[in-house]
Design a protein around this ligand. Sequence first.
Ligand SMILES: *Cc1c(COP(=O)(O)O)cnc(C)c1O
Length: 429
Amino acid sequence: MKYYSLNNNSPKVSFQEAVVKGLAPDKGLYFPEEIRPLEDSFFENIEEYSNNEIAFELIKQFVGDEIPSIILKDIITDVLSFEFPLVEVEKDIYSLELFHGPTMAFKDVGARFMARCLSYFNEDNSNQVTVLVATSGDTGGAVASGFLGVKGVDVVILYPSGKVSDIQEKQLTTLGKNIRALEVDGVFDDCQAMVKKAFLDTSITDYMQLTSANSINIARWLPQMFYYAFAYKQLKDKSKKLVFSVPSGNYGNICAGMMAQKLGIPIDLFIASTNENKVVPTYLKTGKYEPKRSVQTISNAMDVGDPSNFIRIEKLHNNDFEKLKNNLHSYSFTDEETREAMQYLYSNSNYIADPHGAVAYLGVKEYLKTNNAQCIFLETAHPIKFSPVLDATIADKIEIPEQIKTVLNKEKVATQISKYSELKDFLLS
Ligand SMILES: *Cc1c(COP(=O)(O)O)cnc(C)c1O
């Protein structure tokens, strides 16, 4: 499979090159040259397949022959070593729980898959890469855990000092080995700006292959297709209209869902649910796409003012606004509404949602005011990670999971930096 840049100004590349580079030289996102739907019979008989078999069928055309099938199957087995339960919270409303992985973030799957691909490409030690990533919270932990001990990959994570939760900080500063953390005196945008500058700095890139590990990277983006198939497999009644509500920040996850739909999963439409950062809901209403500086909310993984994957979504709909509007609805909710939804889910269904899942649930409720469907909302993080914003009575009910307990007892190791030159010295030393 070849990938081209959505800016159309770079040569086509292989899967490997797209994964190693992350972004095309013209700064465009890579997109597959072709998307071939699977046989209808595969989805009709999906219950007969294991999760590993389903994942292999979905991803294999995108990897092509660049990773032998037998190795790709091993990678998948390794990546998917936990559950993806579909839980009914109200009649015809389900939560797809994507937080049962090692860092209890849905990003675990993509991070683990990408790490193993890079490791395979570096089998002969010719492709040493440094993953440089800025995090506002959850990406850092998933990347740290996913890449831990992976041969040929060094990871440097920048995070804003005092702006991530204690659990999140522990998850990215306590692992050691090939994972190093930089605690930046600033906000997330400062971390992100330093990372972007480093990617363009030839005095660094002449010495090392830098890559990013966020959802612009195809190896982190595409495995998210699996979730939609795992949910579909678990649905008892597959004859009803099916709608997914996805809590969206950079729109990588929902865009992977649309890829899964292209491959043939019978999904009627998607809801992009978000917080006060509402560039997409506004666009669908007015036809004007106007990126904004992000505002801070309690569902902070969605505090994104200019979602990087939206261009892939437009491409998937042939840049046709009417076509897009038929397949994508989008709503935004305030922190107040999000808190109320968490409270309601708890008292009404005895279900504890994190703020991101709660926003997605609100999207479902909004849609159902004027439509009928079977709806699945994606629960993208374990609520314990957001316990400071949960109502105290609810937070008290959550048992601290093993994965979290183990990091809480470990010692934080981070290097403090405040300016770009310090990042550069750190990378080159
Ligand atoms: C990253 C993240 C999101 C947003 O996912 P995108 O693919 O960026 O849209 C939602 N919820 C949680 C908990 C996240 O960490």
